[in-house]
Design a protein around this ligand. Structure first.
Ligand code: HEC
Ligand code: HEC
Ligand code: HEC
Length: 316
């Protein structure tokens, strides 16, 4: 009985977080990109770890998002997702997913390229399937990318496994992520004196081709000493300092989430990783959507960074 009363109280308390603004389907669709990795691009993912959102009540979706943000509902993966959403974003996302057909309403022919096929990303000890078909990841042409990569090899290695610690490995990195970085270097959204010259002459097709080529290369395993403190922070975050666990977005094995454009970090060169976290922290790198990384990096101490870099670069 006590339990029932308690949960009733919780329900009443949580009702105050219901969203009052009106949602817009198109705006929601544009904002749903980062949800696709786990919930499927249109809100259906056959993986049993993730709830389907398609056809769910609009107001319910918005309320859950508000609760994940306020902490009234806790989930390691959803907390960082909801953290950066405004009330309008929540309403728009609710409207978009509510407008999608439920899994049971879909016929075989509707199940097209947006239909999930098994690919990577993982959490816990369970391998998790993301809703990314190979075709959706590799908008580019691998063969063409290989030809175009000749001018990149001196720094990034022939197969994207850079041997020089200040240059990032690109092998096995998410194609979406690589293409975005190249576009960001070109637009000036991400600044680097070396890379800006490299991308100046690249077309969008060149970027997609290069991204496809590197994404299908096997990355070499990390080396060096791991860190217990880094492991703890990576998986658990730090509730007191408000640091979101890295695992929520970068995955259990550090392989990232390809479709969401969350980069792989496992085995990445240590000096490169350290410079990137420092750049997010001081704001000199600001190409992360919704300030996702800047908000986290700013809370990391120097010793946190050292521990995390050791842990990530040693990940195999
Ligand atoms: C990294 C994986 C991941 C991503 C990315 C993600 N979610 Fe979730 N989501 C989850 C998991 C896991 C749950 C189940 C949480 C639980 O067990 O309480 C969930 C639950 C939800 C729920 C509650 C569903 C219900 O029936 O109660 C909503 C709504 C939701 N997510 C919306 C979103 C939206 C919108 C986005 C994008 C902004 C998003 N999620 C991105 C993993 C993810
Ligand atoms: C002269 C050395 C050099 C060459 C040649 C070079 N790069 Fe880079 N690249 C760098 C450096 C240095 C960085 C890291 C920039 C920073 O610190 O933000 C980088 C970063 C990148 C990143 C971002 C990686 C990440 O994990 O965010 C991508 C993608 C990339 N380069 C692709 C390419 C491609 C494709 C080419 C060929 C067209 C190329 N680079 C040629 C030095 C080089
Ligand atoms: C809410 C999701 C999220 C969380 C949680 C998160 N990250 Fe990230 N991280 C991102 C995204 C998105 C990017 C890429 C931004 C962009 O588009 O350039 C990124 C980029 C990075 C990069 C640069 C990778 C590269 O190749 O240049 C590093 C390093 C990194 N994160 C480390 C961490 C660490 C360490 C933690 C935990 C303390 C963490 N991240 C937590 C989303 C997240």
């Amino acid at each position: 009985m006590k339990k029932i009363i308690f949960s009733l109280l919780l329900t009443v308390g949580a009702m105050s977080t219901a969203i009052a603004v009106e949602g817009d389907v198109e705006a929601g669709k544009a904002k749903a990109g980062m949800c696709g990795a786990c919930h499927g691009a249109t809100g259906v993912n056959p993986n049993p770890t993730y709830p389907d959102l398609a056809g769910q009540h609009e107001a319910y979706i918005a309320k859950q998002l508000a609760d994940f943000k306020s902490g009234a509902r806790t989930d390691m993966m959803m907390a960082p997702m909801a953290a950066s959403l405004s009330e309008q974003d929540m309403a728009d996302l609710g409207a978009f997913f509510a407008s999608q057909k439920r899994a049971s309403e879909r016929t075989a022919s509707v199940e097209d390229s947006s239909t999930p096929t098994a690919t990577t990303a993982s959490t816990g000890d369970v391998e998790i399937v993301t809703s990314t078909s190979a075709k959706a990841i590799y908008a580019g042409d691998v063969k063409a990318g290989q030809e175009k990569s000749a001018m990149c090899a001196s720094c990034h290695g022939v197969d994207g496994n850079s041997l020089i610690s200040i240059y990032p490995k690109l092998a096995g990195q998410s194609a979406n992520y690589i293409a975005k970085q190249l576009a960001d270097f070109k637009s000036g959204e991400r600044k680097d004196p070396v890379m800006v010259g490299m991308v100046a002459a690249l077309s969008e097709k060149d970027m997609n081709d290069l991204a496809a080529y590197y994404a299908v290369q096997a990355s070499t395993a990390g080396a060096g000493e791991t860190s217990t403190a880094g492991h703890k922070l990576y998986f658990g975050g730090d509730a007191q300092k408000g640091i979101t666990a890295c695992v929520a977005c970068h995955g259990v094995k550090g392989k990232g989430m390809a479709q969401a454009g969350f980069p792989a970090l496992a085995g990445q060169n240590a000096d490169y990783l350290k410079k990137q976290i420092a750049s997010f922290r001081d704001g000199s790198r600001g190409n992360d959507r919704n300030e996702m990384m800047r908000n986290i990096a700013i809370k990391l101490s120097d010793s946190d960074v050292d521990a995390l870099v050791k842990y990530m670069s040693a990940l195999k």
